[in-house]
Ligand binder design. Structure first.
Ligand SMILES: [Ca+2]
Length: 312
Protein backbone atom coordinates (compact mmCIF):
# COMPACT_ATOMS: atom_id res chain seq x y z
CA UNK A 1 0.00 0.00 0.00
CA UNK A 2 1.35 3.36 -0.89
CA UNK A 3 1.37 6.33 1.34
CA UNK A 4 -0.73 9.36 0.99
CA UNK A 5 -0.55 12.83 2.33
CA UNK A 6 -2.54 15.95 1.88
CA UNK A 7 0.18 17.30 -0.32
CA UNK A 8 -0.65 14.59 -2.80
CA UNK A 9 -4.12 15.93 -3.11
CA UNK A 10 -2.57 18.47 -5.27
CA UNK A 11 -5.25 19.88 -7.44
CA UNK A 12 -8.98 19.52 -7.74
CA UNK A 13 -10.39 21.46 -10.61
CA UNK A 14 -13.67 20.26 -11.88
CA UNK A 15 -13.13 16.68 -12.88
CA UNK A 16 -9.37 16.93 -12.88
CA UNK A 17 -7.49 15.56 -9.92
CA UNK A 18 -3.74 15.40 -10.23
CA UNK A 19 -1.43 13.47 -7.95
CA UNK A 20 2.29 13.68 -7.53
CA UNK A 21 2.94 10.00 -7.34
CA UNK A 22 1.35 6.65 -7.76
CA UNK A 23 -0.22 4.84 -4.91
CA UNK A 24 -2.59 2.02 -4.42
CA UNK A 25 -5.32 1.72 -1.88
CA UNK A 26 -6.73 -1.72 -1.52
CA UNK A 27 -10.23 -2.42 -0.31
CA UNK A 28 -10.96 -0.94 3.04
CA UNK A 29 -14.21 -1.34 4.84
CA UNK A 30 -15.23 1.73 6.72
CA UNK A 31 -18.77 2.41 7.78
CA UNK A 32 -19.99 -0.36 5.58
CA UNK A 33 -18.38 0.93 2.44
CA UNK A 34 -15.64 -0.58 0.44
CA UNK A 35 -13.36 1.54 -1.63
CA UNK A 36 -10.85 0.08 -3.97
CA UNK A 37 -8.84 2.22 -6.29
CA UNK A 38 -5.76 2.27 -8.37
CA UNK A 39 -4.50 5.71 -9.17
CA UNK A 40 -1.88 6.60 -11.68
CA UNK A 41 0.59 9.38 -11.18
CA UNK A 42 -0.40 12.71 -12.62
CA UNK A 43 -3.34 11.28 -14.44
CA UNK A 44 -6.54 13.18 -14.69
CA UNK A 45 -8.93 11.32 -12.49
CA UNK A 46 -8.13 7.95 -13.90
CA UNK A 47 -10.56 6.27 -11.63
CA UNK A 48 -10.28 2.68 -12.45
CA UNK A 49 -12.06 0.90 -9.71
CA UNK A 50 -13.47 3.01 -6.99
CA UNK A 51 -16.95 3.49 -5.80
CA UNK A 52 -19.21 2.75 -3.23
CA UNK A 53 -19.98 -0.75 -2.62
CA UNK A 54 -22.10 -1.89 0.23
CA UNK A 55 -24.06 -5.02 0.94
CA UNK A 56 -27.11 -3.81 -0.89
CA UNK A 57 -25.49 -2.95 -4.18
CA UNK A 58 -27.44 -4.86 -6.81
CA UNK A 59 -25.30 -4.17 -9.85
CA UNK A 60 -22.71 -1.69 -11.08
CA UNK A 61 -21.83 -1.23 -14.71
CA UNK A 62 -18.97 1.19 -15.41
CA UNK A 63 -17.97 1.90 -19.01
CA UNK A 64 -14.46 2.83 -17.91
CA UNK A 65 -13.92 -0.78 -16.88
CA UNK A 66 -16.19 -2.84 -19.08
CA UNK A 67 -14.43 -6.11 -18.43
CA UNK A 68 -14.11 -5.52 -14.68
CA UNK A 69 -10.41 -6.19 -14.50
CA UNK A 70 -9.71 -2.98 -12.62
CA UNK A 71 -7.97 -1.39 -15.57
CA UNK A 72 -9.11 1.09 -18.14
CA UNK A 73 -10.34 -0.42 -21.36
CA UNK A 74 -9.07 0.75 -24.70
CA UNK A 75 -11.24 -0.78 -27.38
CA UNK A 76 -11.41 1.09 -30.61
CA UNK A 77 -14.22 3.55 -31.11
CA UNK A 78 -17.28 1.76 -32.33
CA UNK A 79 -16.15 -1.65 -31.14
CA UNK A 80 -19.05 -3.91 -30.34
CA UNK A 81 -19.58 -4.44 -26.62
CA UNK A 82 -21.30 -7.74 -26.01
CA UNK A 83 -20.35 -8.26 -22.38
CA UNK A 84 -20.46 -5.35 -19.98
CA UNK A 85 -19.37 -6.91 -16.76
CA UNK A 86 -20.93 -6.14 -13.42
CA UNK A 87 -18.50 -4.60 -10.95
CA UNK A 88 -20.58 -5.58 -7.94
CA UNK A 89 -19.94 -8.89 -6.23
CA UNK A 90 -22.97 -10.42 -7.91
CA UNK A 91 -21.57 -10.94 -11.37
CA UNK A 92 -24.67 -9.66 -13.10
CA UNK A 93 -22.98 -9.15 -16.41
CA UNK A 94 -24.84 -7.61 -19.32
CA UNK A 95 -23.87 -10.42 -21.63
CA UNK A 96 -26.91 -11.07 -23.75
CA UNK A 97 -28.61 -9.09 -26.49
CA UNK A 98 -27.35 -7.30 -29.54
CA UNK A 99 -24.64 -5.35 -27.73
CA UNK A 100 -23.73 -1.70 -27.75
CA UNK A 101 -20.75 0.16 -29.15
CA UNK A 102 -17.76 1.52 -27.28
CA UNK A 103 -17.50 5.30 -27.31
CA UNK A 104 -14.30 6.61 -25.73
CA UNK A 105 -13.93 10.15 -24.48
CA UNK A 106 -17.66 10.67 -24.19
CA UNK A 107 -17.94 12.76 -21.06
CA UNK A 108 -15.23 14.20 -18.86
CA UNK A 109 -12.69 12.09 -20.69
CA UNK A 110 -14.55 8.94 -19.71
CA UNK A 111 -15.95 6.39 -22.13
CA UNK A 112 -19.53 5.31 -22.62
CA UNK A 113 -21.41 2.45 -24.19
CA UNK A 114 -23.67 3.67 -26.93
CA UNK A 115 -26.99 2.02 -27.65
CA UNK A 116 -28.82 2.85 -30.83
CA UNK A 117 -32.56 2.38 -31.04
CA UNK A 118 -31.86 -1.15 -32.19
CA UNK A 119 -29.35 -2.14 -29.55
CA UNK A 120 -29.60 -3.58 -26.09
CA UNK A 121 -27.79 -5.61 -23.53
CA UNK A 122 -29.31 -7.59 -20.71
CA UNK A 123 -28.40 -9.90 -17.91
CA UNK A 124 -28.68 -13.51 -18.96
CA UNK A 125 -29.40 -14.05 -15.29
CA UNK A 126 -32.94 -13.56 -14.17
CA UNK A 127 -32.94 -11.05 -11.34
CA UNK A 128 -35.71 -11.52 -8.80
CA UNK A 129 -37.88 -8.80 -7.33
CA UNK A 130 -36.22 -9.45 -3.98
CA UNK A 131 -32.75 -9.12 -5.49
CA UNK A 132 -33.65 -5.91 -7.27
CA UNK A 133 -35.46 -4.18 -4.43
CA UNK A 134 -34.72 -6.14 -1.28
CA UNK A 135 -37.04 -8.17 0.85
CA UNK A 136 -39.49 -5.28 0.97
CA UNK A 137 -39.74 -5.47 -2.84
CA UNK A 138 -40.39 -1.77 -2.64
CA UNK A 139 -37.20 0.22 -2.20
CA UNK A 140 -34.40 0.93 -4.59
CA UNK A 141 -32.01 3.60 -5.75
CA UNK A 142 -30.46 3.89 -9.18
CA UNK A 143 -27.82 6.28 -10.46
CA UNK A 144 -27.28 6.59 -14.17
CA UNK A 145 -24.76 8.75 -15.98
CA UNK A 146 -26.33 9.02 -19.39
CA UNK A 147 -26.93 11.03 -22.49
CA UNK A 148 -30.26 10.22 -24.02
CA UNK A 149 -30.80 10.87 -27.69
CA UNK A 150 -33.52 13.35 -28.57
CA UNK A 151 -36.94 12.13 -29.57
CA UNK A 152 -36.63 8.52 -28.61
CA UNK A 153 -39.61 7.28 -26.70
CA UNK A 154 -38.34 3.94 -25.58
CA UNK A 155 -36.74 2.80 -22.37
CA UNK A 156 -33.18 3.14 -21.17
CA UNK A 157 -33.40 0.41 -18.58
CA UNK A 158 -36.05 -2.08 -17.65
CA UNK A 159 -36.89 -5.00 -15.46
CA UNK A 160 -40.27 -6.37 -16.35
CA UNK A 161 -42.11 -9.58 -15.64
CA UNK A 162 -45.55 -8.29 -16.58
CA UNK A 163 -47.21 -5.04 -17.44
CA UNK A 164 -48.27 -4.76 -13.83
CA UNK A 165 -44.96 -5.76 -12.35
CA UNK A 166 -42.05 -3.78 -13.61
CA UNK A 167 -39.42 -1.14 -13.06
CA UNK A 168 -38.73 0.99 -16.11
CA UNK A 169 -36.74 4.11 -16.73
CA UNK A 170 -37.13 5.81 -20.01
CA UNK A 171 -39.32 7.69 -22.39
CA UNK A 172 -39.37 11.33 -21.51
CA UNK A 173 -37.52 10.87 -18.27
CA UNK A 174 -40.15 8.56 -16.91
CA UNK A 175 -39.85 6.21 -14.01
CA UNK A 176 -42.46 3.53 -14.02
CA UNK A 177 -42.38 1.48 -10.83
CA UNK A 178 -45.31 -0.91 -11.18
CA UNK A 179 -47.68 0.08 -13.89
CA UNK A 180 -50.95 0.90 -12.23
CA UNK A 181 -50.94 4.58 -12.98
CA UNK A 182 -49.86 5.65 -9.53
CA UNK A 183 -46.45 4.22 -10.17
CA UNK A 184 -45.64 6.35 -13.16
CA UNK A 185 -43.92 9.66 -12.93
CA UNK A 186 -42.24 12.03 -15.31
CA UNK A 187 -39.37 14.29 -14.40
CA UNK A 188 -39.16 16.39 -17.52
CA UNK A 189 -37.28 15.92 -20.72
CA UNK A 190 -33.58 15.34 -20.53
CA UNK A 191 -32.72 14.52 -24.11
CA UNK A 192 -29.56 15.71 -25.72
CA UNK A 193 -27.18 16.31 -22.85
CA UNK A 194 -25.23 14.38 -20.31
CA UNK A 195 -26.78 14.18 -16.89
CA UNK A 196 -26.72 12.24 -13.68
CA UNK A 197 -30.12 10.65 -13.23
CA UNK A 198 -31.10 9.54 -9.75
CA UNK A 199 -34.19 7.42 -9.21
CA UNK A 200 -35.12 6.92 -5.57
CA UNK A 201 -37.90 4.71 -4.28
CA UNK A 202 -38.64 4.54 -0.59
CA UNK A 203 -41.52 2.73 1.04
CA UNK A 204 -43.68 5.83 0.77
CA UNK A 205 -42.38 8.03 -2.03
CA UNK A 206 -40.43 7.96 -5.23
CA UNK A 207 -38.52 10.75 -6.89
CA UNK A 208 -36.40 11.68 -9.84
CA UNK A 209 -33.43 13.98 -9.50
CA UNK A 210 -31.17 15.27 -12.24
CA UNK A 211 -27.66 16.39 -11.35
CA UNK A 212 -28.77 16.35 -7.74
CA UNK A 213 -31.75 18.64 -8.24
CA UNK A 214 -35.08 17.10 -7.30
CA UNK A 215 -37.36 17.25 -10.32
CA UNK A 216 -40.41 15.38 -9.14
CA UNK A 217 -41.59 13.41 -6.15
CA UNK A 218 -44.81 11.60 -5.51
CA UNK A 219 -46.26 9.11 -3.05
CA UNK A 220 -45.98 5.51 -3.99
CA UNK A 221 -46.22 2.48 -1.76
CA UNK A 222 -46.53 -0.17 -4.41
CA UNK A 223 -44.19 -3.11 -4.38
CA UNK A 224 -43.20 -5.76 -6.86
CA UNK A 225 -44.77 -9.17 -6.99
CA UNK A 226 -43.15 -11.82 -4.83
CA UNK A 227 -41.01 -14.47 -6.50
CA UNK A 228 -41.09 -12.67 -9.82
CA UNK A 229 -37.93 -12.43 -11.89
CA UNK A 230 -36.76 -10.91 -15.14
CA UNK A 231 -33.68 -9.94 -17.06
CA UNK A 232 -32.33 -6.47 -16.39
CA UNK A 233 -32.17 -4.70 -19.73
CA UNK A 234 -30.04 -1.70 -20.70
CA UNK A 235 -30.86 0.05 -23.94
CA UNK A 236 -33.80 -0.81 -26.12
CA UNK A 237 -36.39 -3.02 -24.43
CA UNK A 238 -36.45 -5.21 -27.49
CA UNK A 239 -34.79 -4.85 -30.81
CA UNK A 240 -37.02 -3.59 -33.50
CA UNK A 241 -40.10 -2.86 -31.46
CA UNK A 242 -41.56 0.41 -30.34
CA UNK A 243 -39.73 0.40 -27.04
CA UNK A 244 -36.51 1.56 -28.57
CA UNK A 245 -33.99 3.71 -26.78
CA UNK A 246 -31.12 5.73 -28.09
CA UNK A 247 -28.76 6.45 -25.23
CA UNK A 248 -25.15 6.59 -24.13
CA UNK A 249 -24.43 5.12 -20.73
CA UNK A 250 -21.24 5.88 -18.87
CA UNK A 251 -22.24 4.26 -15.59
CA UNK A 252 -25.18 2.63 -13.82
CA UNK A 253 -25.32 1.85 -10.12
CA UNK A 254 -28.30 0.03 -8.62
CA UNK A 255 -29.10 -0.47 -4.94
CA UNK A 256 -31.91 -2.53 -3.49
CA UNK A 257 -32.83 0.05 -0.90
CA UNK A 258 -33.53 3.74 -0.57
CA UNK A 259 -30.16 5.35 0.09
CA UNK A 260 -29.97 8.09 2.68
CA UNK A 261 -29.50 11.70 1.69
CA UNK A 262 -25.90 11.57 2.86
CA UNK A 263 -25.22 8.45 0.83
CA UNK A 264 -26.80 9.89 -2.29
CA UNK A 265 -24.78 13.05 -1.87
CA UNK A 266 -21.60 11.03 -1.66
CA UNK A 267 -22.33 9.03 -4.77
CA UNK A 268 -23.64 11.97 -6.75
CA UNK A 269 -20.66 14.08 -5.77
CA UNK A 270 -18.30 11.32 -6.79
CA UNK A 271 -20.00 10.91 -10.16
CA UNK A 272 -20.07 14.64 -10.77
CA UNK A 273 -16.34 14.84 -10.20
CA UNK A 274 -15.56 11.76 -12.21
CA UNK A 275 -17.45 12.96 -15.25
CA UNK A 276 -17.04 16.69 -14.87
CA UNK A 277 -20.77 17.22 -14.59
CA UNK A 278 -21.87 20.09 -12.35
CA UNK A 279 -24.30 18.90 -9.70
CA UNK A 280 -26.10 20.02 -6.61
CA UNK A 281 -24.70 17.12 -4.63
CA UNK A 282 -22.82 18.32 -1.59
CA UNK A 283 -21.21 15.79 0.66
CA UNK A 284 -21.75 16.47 4.32
CA UNK A 285 -18.91 18.28 6.00
CA UNK A 286 -16.38 15.95 7.47
CA UNK A 287 -18.06 12.97 5.87
CA UNK A 288 -14.83 12.58 3.96
CA UNK A 289 -16.87 11.81 0.92
CA UNK A 290 -14.50 13.71 -1.27
CA UNK A 291 -11.51 11.78 -0.13
CA UNK A 292 -13.31 8.52 0.31
CA UNK A 293 -15.01 8.52 -3.03
CA UNK A 294 -11.84 9.49 -4.74
CA UNK A 295 -10.45 6.22 -3.61
CA UNK A 296 -8.58 6.87 -0.42
CA UNK A 297 -10.82 4.62 1.55
CA UNK A 298 -11.55 7.29 4.10
CA UNK A 299 -15.22 6.85 4.66
CA UNK A 300 -15.16 8.28 8.13
CA UNK A 301 -15.83 11.54 9.81
CA UNK A 302 -12.63 11.24 11.75
CA UNK A 303 -10.24 11.07 8.83
CA UNK A 304 -8.19 8.75 10.94
CA UNK A 305 -6.94 6.71 8.01
CA UNK A 306 -5.36 9.72 6.45
CA UNK A 307 -3.98 11.61 9.36
CA UNK A 308 -2.79 8.84 11.59
CA UNK A 309 -1.76 6.15 9.22
CA UNK A 310 -0.07 7.86 6.39
CA UNK A 311 0.86 11.44 6.79
CA UNK A 312 2.13 14.24 8.90
CA1 LIG B 1 -10.98 -3.05 -17.76
Amino acid sequence: MGSYSRQDFHQVTGSVIVFHRSFHVSAEKVLGFVAAALFTSSSALSLQASVIVDSRLVAWWDASDINNDGGVNNPRRGALVTNWRDKSVHGRDLNAGSGGTYSPGSIGGQPAVRFSTQQWLYTAEQITAEQLTGTDRNEMTIFMVLNKYPDDLGYWTSWQTAVTNRVLFGGRNRWDFVNDGAGQMTGGRISGFWTIFEGLKSSTTQSISLRGGRRVQQPNTLGLARRSSANFIVGAVNTGNSMSAGVDFAELIVYNRALSTAERNQIGFYLGNKYGIPTEYIPEPNSAALLGLCGFGVFTGRRRQVDDAHSH
